[in-house]
Design a protein around this ligand. Structure first.
Ligand code: SF4
Length: 693
């Protein structure tokens, strides 16, 4: 084997578990292939179907290979010089004519820390905080609740300590069996085989449910609640804990604040009525409460079934309430743990690609924080938080005139996709930086062809705060550029200085100066193992679990706050009598830009479908496998019916991955008031049968 052919150690480009993989370069780009990395720190060589197929799209025939500019409504090839001139010229024109807040910048959870860091710096140097990324769509509410009530918007614990120490896994609104397969099989299932109990709370029976139905154990419960009833269910649990005296009094007295508010909130709470509302037998919820409260160490896992609601912040707050009243935070095997979707969704937020925070979650409206960052950057940052990505799209053609999109696909990823398309048509200028012609890039004026995950280096931060290095295997198309090079060139042409970096490491060196929780990391120290943040000084080993002695809140106490049920903004009515809920599949990845082009993944699920309960199917006269149209107030899609008891009667379930029939043509763009996350998980819908296939 020649030196050139040696396999390169890098990180899987898909989910937030952050599995290490090796990639063999092969003789030519199309030969690039996955090989196991046996002692990879997170996964020890194990891999799921997505990770194993990740190299399939690197040299895909649909790759964008040259810059494109739109002329008379058609794209034509252009030189990089012409494309950069057009981008810089339009950015300057928009700022001059409308002011800097007329631009929006979308970072991406699929790109690396250095790239997102530089993009948010570009936005702020341009003069706006209108910069966001797709974590807004998945865990903005989780981050909000965790930051406010505990201190950091991230997993409190790590997968390894959870496997070793947790006796009970409370998994609510998350489906690790499907979306974090290696975390599920390597850590959670292993713990169950060794005696841990899983309590799953979800309207949908899914791969997670099946993975824990282990013969001869009764260590799995599935509370199949109605969509949007997570607060009442958790209130039944908490009230059961309070009434039975299962609280950790010492922990509540010494380490928390707000317990009285929770007691007051639940004083008149009727558990029987709430259980009925949830559609779950009261005795099952009580039994689950007992199992959680009686465990030595109980850990909560939370996912988008909790966060993607107009009450997303309150949903997660109630999980925090449960953990705090039972003293299940600050030790191995405990805590409140969001399972993050994409391979760098945690890092993209950590490095400040959000409208309200600078790198390291320093509030942009905090004068002291801003000044400390400005001292490194050498320019002033606007003091007012900017618009979130859904707000930017809504303002398109109104107060927003232009969009800079790095690796995002809002036509597919944002709710109410038809309206997103209308809005994009209203913009004066869009630049899209991507590897494929996405459904969004079609609306761009300039397309900048970027390189894929296997072609460039940098760092990504996985779901348990582990910062790891990605390493380049080889470049595939000569006229493409790395995201970092592109943003660097745009910044240098616009501002002359502050964007000229040699390589990703050079950017990371600046990032660690302004991001306290990354300050102690260097590329050398990250090595092959990576480091969990916070890592304040070189030599800190990083914390696998947080809050052992105090919380990172102003008072140092964990914040408890009672919450009440808030129904989804749309509830079933005569015209739209079903509740539509959405989620992802193991074999596909978000908007499907990569996974739909992977032959292995696409073979598993080539098209969308909808799960319908047999009783609803009978009522509507739907046969299994028949094409049906699903309609909401915002649009319609035609998909194959999958008649199954996996979904609750009265609800239907489908996915956002497929351009031809994406769930997001139907979803509602109403937002959680604080976190601005859309309500993907509940919309009123109707089924129509007898449609032409
Ligand atoms: Fe990649 Fe996630 Fe699968 Fe690991 S579990 S191989 S990170 S998709």
């Amino acid at each position: 084997m020649t030196e050139e052919q040696e396999a390169v150690k890098t990180i899987c480009p898909y989910c937030g578990v952050g599995c290490g993989i090796k990639v063999q370069p092969g003789a030519k780009p199309g030969d690039m292939r996955f090989v196991p990395w046996g002692d990879a720190p997170v996964n020890e060589g194990r891999i799921c179907i997505k990770g194993g197929a990740a190299t399939e799209v690197v040299d895909h025939e649909d790759r964008l290979t040259d810059p494109l500019v739109k002329e008379d409504g058609e794209f034509r090839e252009a030189s990089w010089g012409e494309a950069f001139d057009r981008v810089v010229g339009e950015l300057e024109r928009i700022r001059e004519e409308h002011g800097p807040d007329a631009m929006g910048f979308f970072g991406s959870s699929k790109t690396m820390n250095e790239e997102n860091y530089l993009l948010q710096k570009l936005a702020r140097r341009y003069g706006t905080n209108n910069v966001d990324n797709c974590t807004r769509m998945c865990h903005a509410s989780t981050v909000w609740a965790l930051r406010t009530s505990l201190g950091a918007g991230a997993m409190t614990n790590s997968m390894a300590d959870l496997e070793e120490a947790a006796d009970v896994f409370w998994i609510q609104g998350a489906n690790p069996g499907e979306q974090h397969p290696i975390a599920n099989s390597q850590y959670f299932r292993q713990a169950v085989l060794e005696g841990a109990t899983v309590i799953q709370v979800d309207p949908h029976a899914n791969k997670t449910t099946r993975s824990f139905q282990i013969e001869e154990t009764d260590r799995h419960m599935h509370l199949q609640l109605n969509p949007g009833t997570d607060i009442p269910l958790l209130n039944v649990v908490i009230k059961t804990v309070l009434e039975n005296g299962w609280i950790d009094e010492e922990f509540v007295a010494e380490r928390t604040e707000g317990f009285e508010h929770l007691e007051e909130t639940l004083a008149d709470f009727d558990r029987e009525e709430a259980a009925e509302q949830c559609g779950v037998p009261l005795e099952d919820i009580e039994l689950a409460a007992e199992k959680y409260a009686m465990a030595n160490n109980a850990a909560i896992f939370t996912g988008m079934g909790m966060s993607q609601h107009t009450c997303g912040v309150d949903n997660v707050q109630n999980e925090i309430n449960l953990a705090l009243v039972t003293g299940n935070v600050g030790r191995p095997g405990t805590g409140v743990n969001p399972l993050r979707g994409q391979n760098n969704v945690q890092g993209t937020c950590d490095v400040g690609a959000m409208p309200n925070v600078l790198p390291g979650y320093q509030p942009v409206d905090d004068d002291e924080a801003r000044k400390s960052v400005e001292a490194v950057w050498g320019f002033e940052v606007p003091p007012e938080p900017g618009l979130t990505n859904v707000e930017i799209t809504r303002a398109a053609g109104d107060t927003v005139a232009g969009l800079y999109i790095m690796g995002e696909n809002p036509v597919m990823s944002e709710p109410d996709g038809n309206r997103v398309e209308e809005r994009l048509r209203e913009l004066e200028f869009i630049v899209a930086q991507d590897i494929f012609m996405t459904e969004t890039a079609k609306y761009a004026d300039v397309i900048l062809p970027a390189t894929t995950w296997a072609e460039r280096g940098g760092t990504v931060t996985n779901t348990d705060r582990r910062v790891q290095r990605m390493r380049p295997v080889r470049k595939v198309h000569g006229n493409t550029k790395h995201d970092l090079e592109i943003v660097s060139e745009v910044g240098t042409r616009l501002f002359g200085e502050g964007f000229d970096f040699e390589d990703p490491e050079d950017v990371f060196e600046e990032l660690r100066q302004v991001c306290p929780s990354y300050h102690g990391m260097t590329y050398d120290l990250l090595g092959e193992e990576g480091i969990h943040w916070p890592c304040y000084e070189p030599g800190d080993e990083g914390d696998p679990y947080l809050y052992e002695e105090s919380f990172d809140t102003e008072s140092g106490l964990g914040h408890i706050e009672g919450v009440r049920h808030q129904p989804p903004r749309e509830t079933p009515d005569e015209e739209y009598p079903m509740i539509l809920t959405t989620a992802r599949l193991e074999e596909h990845y978000n908007t499907g830009t990569m996974s739909r082009r992977s032959p292995t993944l696409n073979r598993q699920h080539p098209e969308n479908f909808v799960d319908i309960h047999p009783n609803d199917a009978e009522r509507y006269g739907v046969s299994d496998g028949e094409d049906v149209t699903i309609r909401s107030r915002r649009g319609e899609i035609t998909v194959r019916a999958n008649v199954t008891e996996a979904i609750k009667e009265g609800s239907i379930w489908t996915t956002p991955h497929f351009a031809a029939a994406s769930a997001n043509r139907l979803t509602n763009d109403v937002l959680d008031e604080r976190a601005k996350i859309p309500e993907y998980k509940a919309a009123a819908a109707e089924i129509e049968v007898g449609v032409e296939p």
